[in-house]
Ligand binder design. Structure first.
Ligand code: UD1
Length: 364
C-alpha cells in the first residue's frame, strides 16, 4: 500500500471509530464556549454529534453568540452562566452534568497589556478557574478527557524555527503568558497523580478569521490589539490607519513574522485532540501540541493579502517596535499532524477573506 492510500485508510478507520464513540457517548463541557475560539469549536463538535454544555460568565463575550450557533448548527446547546472562580458553583455544575466525558477549557482572560496592568486579576481568574474545574472533575471520579487552551506565547522568542514542542519554555513576557505556563504545569502535575484524567494542551499560534456563515467571529473590545482585527477595522473605516510596529527586524522585509491560522482549522484541532484522548492514541497522560499552519507571514505580507482579497488599498504607516514583540514565531506542526491526524487546510487568503466578510457584517 502506498503512503497516500495508507493515510486515507487510517483516516477512514479513525472516522468510523470516532463516529461510533460519539454516538454512544458524549457530553462535553466547553468553558468560555461563547468566546471567539470556543464558539467555533462548539460548531465543529456539534457537527460530529457531541452534546454540548457551554459554560461562560459573559465577561468577554455576548449572549447573542448562542443565536449565531443555533443558526449555524440548527441544534440547541445547554448554556450555564457561571463564574468558574466560584468553586461551589463549579462543583454543583459538574454534579448536574456528571454524565460528561470531556471538558475543553477556554475560559480565561487574554489581553497581554491588561495582564501587565492587573496581574493579580489574571492569576486569580486564569489559575483559580482551572483549579476549580480540575478539582470538580477529580470529585467525579471517572475517566475524563481534558483539553486546555494554551498558547505559543509559552515559547517566547524560540531559538530554532519552525518551533517544535521540544523548544524550551522561556520566562514568560507577561502575567498572561505566565498563567499559560503555570496552567500547563498544574495539568501535568495532576495527570501524574490522577487515575482518571487525560489531558492535551493545544498551543495556538495566531488564530484569525471567522465562520463562513458570518454568524460568529471575533469581537474585540475597544481598540484591537491584534493585527488582523486592526487591519479589517481600518479597511472598514473604523480606524484611520494601521501602524506597522517596526520594519527593522531581521526578517526578509523587516517586519515581524507570525503563523496566522484560520479559526475553523484551529477549532477542528480540538475535535482531533478529543478523539485522540478518547481513542487512547497518545502515550503520555498530558501531551502538548503546536496548532498553527507551519507557515510564517510577515506584517507586510498580511497587509498584501488583505489588499488582494478586499481589492482595496490599506492605509498604514511604519511606526516603532512594540515592547515585548518577538521577531518570528511559526509552528512545526508535525507532531499534531501525525499524532492527532490533524492538519490546517485553509490558506492565509481564505482566513483573511473570512475576517473581512465578518468585519463588513458587524460594521454595517
Ligand atoms: C499576541 C499576544 C499573544 C497571543 C497572540 C494571539 C502580545 C504581546 N502577544 O501575539 O500572547 O497569543 O496575540 O492572539 O500581545 N502588529 C502591528 N500593528 C498592530 C498590531 C500588531 O504591526 O496594530 C504586529 C505585531 O507587532 C506583530 C504582529 O502584528 O508582529 C502580530 O501581532 P498580534 O496580532 O498582536 O499577535 P502577537 O504579537 O503574535
Amino acid at each position: 500500500m502506498d503512503i497516500c492510500k495508507k493515510d486515507s485508510f487510517k483516516t477512514i478507520i479513525f472516522t468510523i471509530i470516532f463516529n461510533i464513540m460519539v454516538k454512544y457517548s458524549s457530553k462535553i463541557i466547553i468553558t468560555g464556549g461563547l468566546g471567539y475560539i470556543g464558539s467555533h469549536t462548539v460548531v465543529e463538535l456539534q457537527s460530529k454529534g457531541f452534546e454540548i454544555v457551554i459554560v461562560d460568565n459573559l465577561s468577554n463575550s455576548s449572549i447573542e453568540v448562542l443565536d449565531g450557533l443555533k443558526i449555524i448548527t440548527g441544534k440547541n446547546v445547554i448554556f450555564e452562566n457561571i463564574d468558574l472562580k466560584k468553586s461551589d458553583l463549579v462543583t454543583d455544575l459538574f454534579k448536574r452534568h456528571s454524565d460528561l466525558t470531556g471538558v475543553i477549557h477556554f475560559a480565561a482572560s487574554k489581553a497581554v497589556g491588561e495582564s501587565v496592568k492587573n496581574p493579580l486579576d489574571y492569576y486569580e481568574n486564569n489559575i483559580c478557574s482551572l483549579i476549580n474545574v480540575l478539582k470538580g472533575l477529580e470529585e467525579l471520579n471517572k475517566p475524563i478527557s481534558f483539553i486546555f487552551s494554551s498558547s505559543c506565547t509559552v515559547y517566547g522568542q524560540a531559538e530554532i524555527l519552525p518551533i517544535t514542542e521540544k523548544e524550551s519554555i522561556k520566562k514568560a513576557e507577561s502575567p498572561y503568558g505566565n498563567t499559560k505556563q503555570i496552567c500547563e504545569e498544574i495539568i501535568s502535575d495532576l495527570v501524574n497523580s490522577s487515575k482518571n484524567l487525560k489531558a492535551i494542551s493545544l498551543r495556538y499560534f495566531n488564530p484569525i478569521g471567522a465562520h463562513e456563515s458570518t454568524e460568529i467571529g471575533e469581537l474585540p473590545l475597544g481598540i484591537p490589539q491584534n493585527l488582523i482585527p486592526f487591519i479589517t477595522q481600518t479597511g472598514a473605516g473604523i480606524r484611520d490607519e494601521l501602524t506597522v510596529f517596526g520594519n527593522d527586524y531581521p526578517t526578509n522585509d523587516g517586519t515581524c513574522i507570525r503563523d496566522y491560522i484560520h479559526v475553523v482549522d484551529l477549532a477542528k484541532a480540538h475535535v482531533a485532540a478529543l478523539f485522540s484522548i478518547m481513542n487512547n492514541t497518545h502515550s503520555k497522560s498530558h501531551e502538548c501540541y503546536n496548532i498553527g499552519t507551519g507557515k510564517g507571514t510577515s506584517v507586510l505580507e498580511a497587509i498584501t493579502s488583505f489588499e488582494k482579497i478586499s481589492k482595496t488599498k490599506l492605509k498604514y504607516k511604519i511606526g516603532s517596535r512594540r515592547i515585548g514583540d518577538i521577531t518570528s514565531a511559526y509552528a512545526d506542526t508535525s507532531k499534531a499532524n501525525k499524532q492527532l491526524n490533524w492538519k490546517a487546510e485553509l490558506s492565509l487568503d481564505q482566513a483573511m477573506a473570512s475576517a473581512w466578510k465578518w468585519q463588513k457584517k458587524i460594521s454595517k
